[in-house]
Each structure stands twice: as structure tokens, then as C-alpha cells.
Design a protein around this ligand. Structure first.
Ligand code: DLL
Length: 431
């Protein structure tokens, strides 16, 4: 049974946050040499932090802090209390290591159970977890959550697409957890095997996250694979998946505020922005023991909405992640996120959400090419139809985002599919 603390009234959530924040600051001050120094340097004592409003006096924690204190310099508890370590892929330099106590693992499982539950899953469901198991947090996070819910879990991990489809069919999977791009690939592959995935599989719910996706992708996933597609957000430094989740209303992702305090900040100045404004999310993990973080800069851009949701939950919502500050493209001085380009593609007929953004250099200037697959049902032999679609897309990108990008239309199924996070940006300047 999962606890029902998550349906508490908002006033209670706010009180709880302040109480947990006070205790967190005391714990990190005593348990973490890193945070003791950070707070001492800022002239803050634990007694100075009385309520959530005092949070903004505390300096931010960044990814570089984690890298500089590799591997375990950010702990707030003796190493002997840890039961699990995960790590980010760390394509450059040291990976980011995250550490959990037994209580952390239990809380993390509870948060993922809640996520599944608000999407409509119950103990009667068969949950196939097709996120990677291992150092990546996706697989184990949702696995423990589904078990906590009392559901039956198939720990399929990533890859072996044919086997995934066979498992779904033979074991009666009703909930699929994977990246949205892999969800699309599963649907395509099932069709290639002669199945009609909506008819021949019984997928009620899709738990899609770990990468940005759009309403166009939701529409396709709901047409082709699952009855209801839900967005799940998380990051390893904040436990992993299960930080925020879309309920059945699908109007933003509920962030579990009894475990996380969210601030939206101006990414340049660090100033805290009011709800409704777009900015970078900074998160304080008020329940973590092993490696709690104060005001962690996620680099993810979103908008906070504190209004009570029509589903009845009082936990605030974040809007779909717009992009990461470090994935922002600067094309001839104009800043643009891949998700904004995806939205334009979504608004056009005859193209799909399978796209790549290729950035190249043209003399001193950066140049962007949007490569996108046309849809299967766009059938034409006339070159003029192709050129016309290409021009309309280019015009739309210019009119809406003020960027000059060239568009290349590709045959269906030409862009490589990924089993995990899709590779959207190909930066030729770095090759
Ligand atoms: O991706 C954890 C996760 C696993 C989340 C399974 C959801 C499902 P990291 O590898 O540390 O952790 O990557 C975290 O992925 O900062 C975002 O930029 C991005 N991300 C995660 N979920 C979403 C989402 C996992 N729903 C980074 N929408 C984050 C957009 C997402 N971006």
C-alpha cells in the first residue's frame, strides 16, 4: 500500500516543506563537509533557515560541484549507511555519482509508485520496464515503483525489440515504461511484424520520459501503441525517474512537493521567478539522506503552475520540459530549443516526430539543418510537392522562431532509432 500523503491540502504541503527544509539544512550542516563549508562561506547557520522563503539565501549547487567532488564528496551520511550507487553516463570527464540509503531507496520507490498510480495504473497491471537497468536510474527506479504498487513487473530493460513485443503479447503487458522515441520504434516494429499494436497488444498506459517530447508524439503514441501516454520527469541527481508525473488530466506534471522544493530561476541571474514564468528549475531534495542537494540547478527549462489540478491533486505542476539550458541552440544570435522546432513540425501535416538537428559552420556563422522524415501516407511522385512542403516548413521556422534553417525531407524510417534517449542534435562543429 502506498501512503496517501500526496493528497494532502496545499497549506499542509507548504508547512511540511518548511519543516523538512529546516531538518535537511541541519543534517547537511552536520553530515556534509561540503555543505558545511558552503553555508559557512555564505555566512548562514542552520538556525537562519526557518521557512521555505529563506531558501533563496542559500547558494545554488551545480553539476560542477558534483564533478569536483567525485566520487563521493557530496555525501551527507557516512558511507557505511549507503546501499546503492548510480552514475550518469559522463560522456566527458567523470560521471556524476549518486548515492542512496535504504530509506532513500524506499522513498524513491514510493514516488514512482505514486507516478504510476496517478497515471491510472493499479496492482492489477503488468508493467514492462523497457528503460535501461544498470547505472542509469530509469529501469530500477520504475521497477521498484511498480513493485511497490503491487503490480507485476517485467524487467525487460532496453533493446531486443522483437523480444519486447513477444513479452508484451505473451505476458499481457498493460503498462509500458520507456523513452517516447523507443515507444514509437516499438510501434513501428510491431507493425513490421504484421501486428496491429493497438489491437494485438493490450497497452493501457505508457510511462514515457527521460527525454523531451511533444504533443505530436503523444498523439502518435496514443494512435499507434497505448491508450494513454503520460510524461514522467526525473534526473539521477534527484533520485532518478519519479520526480514529476502527468496525471490523467495531462495538463502538466505533478511534482512531489513533500519530497522536492522547486524554484524557477532566471538561468542568467539566478533570480527566483514567480509561478507562470519560464525559467530553469532548481530543486532542493528535502527527504534525501545519502546525498541531498540544496537548490540544485537542473538546467531544465520549464514553467511552474501552483493551481490545484482538475484531477484534485494539490501538488504543483511543471509544464513539459522546454529544453535544457545546455541544449539551447544559438543560430545566428537567436536562441532556440529543439522542442520548439518539434512543435513546429507537429503543426505541419505530412511530417513525423523523427527528426535531427544538424548544426554546421558557414564561415563565422552557425547554420542549422532540420532533417525530418515524411509520414508514410505522404505519397507523391511530384517533386514540386516535396519542394513545396520543404519551403512551407522553412517559412514556418522563420516566421515563428525567426531562424533561418534549411529543411531536408527524408524517407520514412531513415533516421536511426534509439533504444534509450534519442540523439536529436548532431553538432558538426564538434566533429
Ligand atoms: O533520465 C531519469 C529518468 C528515467 C526520467 C526514466 C524519466 C524516466 P538522467 O539520465 O540523469 O535521468 O537525465 C536527466 O533528462 O535533466 C532532463 O533534461 C531529461 N529528462 C528527463 N525526463 C524528461 C522528460 C533520467 N519527461 C535529464 N521530459 C533531465 C524532458 C526529460 N526531459
Amino acid at each position: 500500500m502506498i501512503t496517501k500523503s500526496y493528497i494532502m491540502p496545499r497549506s499542509e504541503i507548504l508547512e511540511l516543506q518548511s519543516r523538512r527544509l529546516r531538518s535537511l539544512v541541519r543534517n547537511v550542516y552536520e553530515g556534509s563537509p561540503f555543505y558545511r563549508k558552503r553555508l559557512d562561506d555564505a555566512g548562514i547557520t542552520p538556525e537562519d533557515i526557518r521557512s521555505k522563503d529563506d531558501l533563496r539565501r542559500i547558494p545554488f549547487t551545480t553539476k560542477s560541484d558534483l564533478r569536483d567532488n567525485y566520487p563521493l564528496g557530496m555525501l551527507s551520511t557516512p558511507k557505511s549507511n549507503l546501499v546503492r550507487l548510480h552514475a550518469s553516463s559522463g560522456t566527458t570527464g567523470n560521471p556524476t555519482v549518486v548515492a542512496y540509503t535504504l530509506r532513500d531507496i524506499d522513498n524513491w520507490a514510493e514516488l514512482n509508485a505514486r507516478c504510476l498510480e496517478i497515471a491510472g495504473a493499479t496492482s492489477a497491471d503488468v508493467v514492462q520496464v523497457a528503460y535501461g537497468y544498470g547505472l542509469f536510474t530509469g529501469g530500477l527506479g520504475l521497477h521498484y515503483g511498480a513493485e511497490k504498487l503491487g503490480a507485476k513487473v517485467i524487467p525487460a530493460s532496453t533493446g531486443s525489440t522483437k523480444r519486447q513485443i513477444k513479452l508484451m503479447k505473451d505476458l499481457g503487458t498493460t503498462v509500458i515504461c520507456c523513452t517516447p522515441s523507443y515507444g514509437l520504434f516499438l510501434a513501428e516494429s510491431a507493425r513490421e511484424e504484421g501486428l496491429d499494436p493497438k489491437e494485438d497488444l493490450r497497452l493501457r498506459i505508457g510511462v514515457f520520459g527521460a527525454e523531451p517530447w511533444s504533443e505530436m508524439t503523444r498523439k502518435l503514441l496514443e494512435e499507434e501503441l497505448v491508450e494513454s501516454a503520460h510524461d514522467i520527469y526525473g534526473m539521477s541527481e534527484l533520485n532518478g525517474p519519479g520526480v514529476a508525473m502527468e496525471c490523467r488530466a495531462k495538463k502538466g506534471l505533478h511534482i512531489w512537493e513533500d519530497h522536492y522544493i522547486v524554484e524557477i530561476i532566471d538561468p542568467t541571474t539566478g533570480e527566483v521567478l514567480p509561478p507562470g514564468e519560464k525559467g530553469e528549475m532548481a530543486v532542493t531534495t528535502i527527504m534525501k539522506e545519502g546525498m541531498p542537494l540544496l537548490r540544485y540547478r537542473t538546467r531544465d527549462m520549464t514553467i511552474l503552475n501552483e493551481e490545484v489540478c482538475e484531477c484534485g491533486l494539490s501538488h504543483a505542476r511543471i509544464m513539459r520540459i522546454i529544453g535544457r539550458t545546455d541544449d539551447m541552440l544559438k543560430i545566428r544570435g537567436i536562441c532556440v530549443f529543439p522542442s520548439q522546432i518539434e512543435e513546429i513540425l507537429a503543426s505541419m501535416e505530412n511530417v513525423t516526430p523523427h527528426y535531427q538537428l544538424v548544426i554546421n559552420r558557414d564561415g563565422p556563422m552557425d547554420k542549422l539543418m532540420v532533417r525530418v522524415e515524411i509520414s508514410e501516407d505522404f505519397k507523391t511522385d511530384r517533386l514540386t510537392d516535396i519542394v513545396d512542403l520543404q519551403r512551407r516548413l522553412e517559412n514556418q521556422l522563420r516566421d515563428t522562431l525567426s531562424i533561418n534553417a534549411s529543411v531536408e525531407l527524408l524517407e520514412p524510417k531513415t533516421i536511426p532509432r534509439s533504444e534509450g534517449k534519442a540523439q536529436r542534435i548532431v553538432d558538426m562543429r564538434k566533429i
